[in-house]
Design a protein around this ligand. Structure first.
Ligand SMILES: [Zn+2]
Length: 370
């Protein structure tokens, strides 16, 4: 929203003066943002179908630059009608279907009066038929302990009874806060096992918070339900040493130690506590030995693993999943005894970031759940 507001302000008052003052359109000049783009529109609340709505239904637009949208216009029985904006982000926008809306493709309009039409039409019905014959038979989440950005996404398997192929709504609910963090809509077959997967991202395309979760499912034109077996936990990190271990020095320890030492037998596996991208893999005879640094996906944290038994097979630029093996416990460099020296940096490792002093407490927490 800010770029457009700024652009308008510049158009109205500042641009001419800025041009006169600086003699050109150089630094800080007028930039007109690109218009919005709509790639999809689906009904997410009080729906009669995926794109079948009624007055008061909430529809979700996905696309680009939707944060610059100021109006959502629906075709109407007596000319276009505006729907109320309910939620708005860069790639997502939710609006309420207004009274007198009619079948057709809604459009979003930005502050500069530029519109983008949804690629699909919505059908408007008078009332939502109830899915009385729908019955959820089974819903199971796996794994019960899920890790963000792990190789295995959280998976929901479900089975339901219904007279025909059904438009399903699947919600991911944070049980600690009660918040629905993700809505999925898809068609599914009755009387057979259906599968849906969740990558840990919210509707706003951000990593979901760690915590206790559950899937809720139901037909889009009915209510959603859940079951005990549809619960799972989402964890942000996994403990990096996958073997019996003990803790050595933490941060500081009177010797400027910037991480925590985790002792385990040489040759035991070390995994990425948080997946992301390898940014360094090197060798330092006098200190870290064989080491690797991984920039954590969605974290603004870098994770450094040192004294590896031998060079990690993962070269810089490699994408790594949470829980993926990155090396073996060793004692290369100045290590005394087989151990992993582990650092967490807020920001870039030796590139403007800072090591986290609470690293020992933090990894002890991971140790409890993994
Ligand atoms: Zn150490």
């Amino acid at each position: 929203m800010i770029p457009i507001a700024a652009a308008i302000a510049a158009l109205a008052t500042g641009a001419g003066a800025a041009v006169a003052g600086t003699g050109g359109m150089g630094g800080g000049g007028l930039v007109i943002p690109e218009p919005p783009v709509v790639s999809d529109v689906v009904c997410i609340r009080d729906c009669a179908g995926i794109r079948k709505v009624t007055e008061g239904s909430l529809v979700e637009f996905t696309g680009k630059r939707l944060d610059g949208v100021t109006r959502v216009r629906f075709p109407g029985e007596q000319g276009p009608v505006d729907g109320k904006l309910v939620e708005q982000a860069k790639k997502r926008l939710v609006a309420k279907v207004p009274e007198l809306a009619a079948d057709g493709r809604p459009r979003v309009i930005d502050a500069l009066d530029r519109g983008a039409k949804a690629p699909y039409a919505l059908k408007v019905v008078d009332a939502i038929p109830t899915a009385a014959e729908f019955e959820l038979q089974e819903a199971t989440a796996q794994p019960r302990n899920s890790f963000f950005f792990a190789k295995k996404k959280t998976q929901l398997t479900y089975r339901f009874r219904a007279p025909e192929r059904t438009d399903m709504r699947i919600e991911v609910v944070n049980r600690d806060t009660g918040e629905t963090v993700r809505h999925l809509v898809k068609q599914a077959e009755p009387n057979t096992q259906n599968v849906a997967r969740w990558n840990g991202m919210t509707d706003a395309r951000k990593p979901a918070k760690q915590g206790n979760y559950s899937f809720r499912i139901g037909p889009v034109n009915g209510s959603v339900t859940t079951s005990e077996s549809a619960r799972f936990a989402l964890r942000s990190h996994i403990f990096p040493v996958r073997a019996p271990h003990s803790f050595g020095d933490g941060f500081g320890s009177g010797r400027g130690h910037q991480g925590v030492d985790i002792f385990a037998k040489c040759g035991k596996p070390i995994v990425a506590a948080r997946g992301g991208t390898v940014i360094y893999r090197s060798y330092q005879a006098s200190a870290a030995g064989h080491y690797i640094v991984i920039s954590g996906k969605g974290t603004n944290r870098d994770y450094m693993y040192a004294h590896l038994k031998r060079r990690s097979p993962l070269k810089p630029g490699t994408k790594v999943r949470t829980g993926q093996r990155i090396g073996l416990v060793g004692e290369t460099g100045n290590a005394r005894g087989c151990h992993l020296h582990f650092e967490i940096w807020k920001g870039v490792w030796w590139g403007g970031g800072k090591p986290i002093p609470r690293v020992k407490q933090v990894v002890r927490k991971w140790d409890v759940w993994s």
